[in-house]
Design a protein around this ligand. Sequence first.
Ligand SMILES: *[C@@H]1O[C@H](CO)[C@@H](O)[C@H](O)[C@H]1NC(C)=O
Ligand SMILES: *[C@@H]1O[C@H](CO)[C@@H](O)[C@H](O)[C@H]1NC(C)=O
Length: 370
Amino acid sequence: MLAPGSGPELRTWFAPLWRQISWLTCWIALCTAEALPACPLPCTCDGHGLQVDCSGRGLTALPPDLPAATRTLLLLNNRLSFLPGGAFASLSGLQRLDLSNNFLDGLPRTAFGELANLTELQLRNNSLRALDPELLRPLPRLRHLDLSLNGLARLPPGLFDGLPALRSLFLRANRLQSLDRRTFEPLAGLQLLQVGDNPWECDCHLRDFKHWLEWFSYRGGRLDQLTCTLPKELRGKDMRAVPMEMFNYCSQLDGQQSSAGLEVPGPPCTKASPEPPKPKPGPEPEPEPSTACPQKQRPRPVSVRRAIGTVIIAGVVCGVVCIMMVVAAAYGCIYASLMAKYHRELKKRQPLMGDPDGEHEDQKQISSVA
Ligand SMILES: *[C@@H]1O[C@H](CO)[C@@H](O)[C@H](O)[C@H]1NC(C)=O
Ligand SMILES: *[C@@H]1O[C@H](CO)[C@@H](O)[C@H](O)[C@H]1NC(C)=O
């Protein structure tokens, strides 16, 4: 409350100060706006707007107006359940994208279009069940990809075709039972692969992947674990420690496949094959599809077949002999008891006739049968 009369003096003193304050405020606001290109409301942006942090904001959709200069976009710990196609099309300079701990249950094929500079993509702990084979094609510089803790049951062929720069790939804790070697062959620079906590089925399909793993570890790649769930006799074993001989039966399937015209490309071959070359590969029934190291892939189908044949013939012969012996023994017993009975009756009926010669002969016969 100003006293009457003191108003005009105060106003003349206050006006310039007020003008100065307004100018200062305006200037600060302008500077800030220049330094911080509009940060979307629920997010925080670092000094230059290169890192936009929208994590843990309960978001169900992408915030609008993300700064075009964004290099790192953190969207983890939200409730995103879907992304529209071309969701990040305006962020072509993006290098790191973290979508961990959301509820994404599918991704449109164009979700990551235009992200040619992306080097790190985190999709850990979502609800992904399947991936489009084209999804990762537009990411030629991707170095780290985390798909752990999802519901992936298989990886479509060609999924990694566009990722020559990938260094680390995490596939832990999914529902994968098998992997196709051909899906992994484009990953020439891969150094770290995590596949633990999946229900691996250690059969012929995974045998081919095991071949790829041998090459992978030969060139220095690291793998966490590949523990079999099925078949029962291999449960708990690491697939890498299971000897190749356990999968000899697969060669029969291979033979059927290649004679049916289904060509399986050979593994990338190295001289440091952990298996020693076989002294006698045996006659090859079919030409080897992979010419580089045939002895590594081809077990001995001919000798195996021969061994099985021998076992079967021996079993049949033994069985026939056994049956014949049992029949002969039974026949002898029955004959002996019949003869004994017949003899007793004969003695009862003809006690006076006496026929020591006949009796003698019968006894001889019985003893000879027994
Ligand atoms: C991608 O990165 C390269 C080199 O780091 C840079 O020259 C280019 O401008 C970047 N592209 C975009 C769209 O930011
Ligand atoms: C996975 O995400 C859910 C929901 O976002 C969260 O509650 C849970 O703790 C996360 N689990 C792990 C292992 O990070």
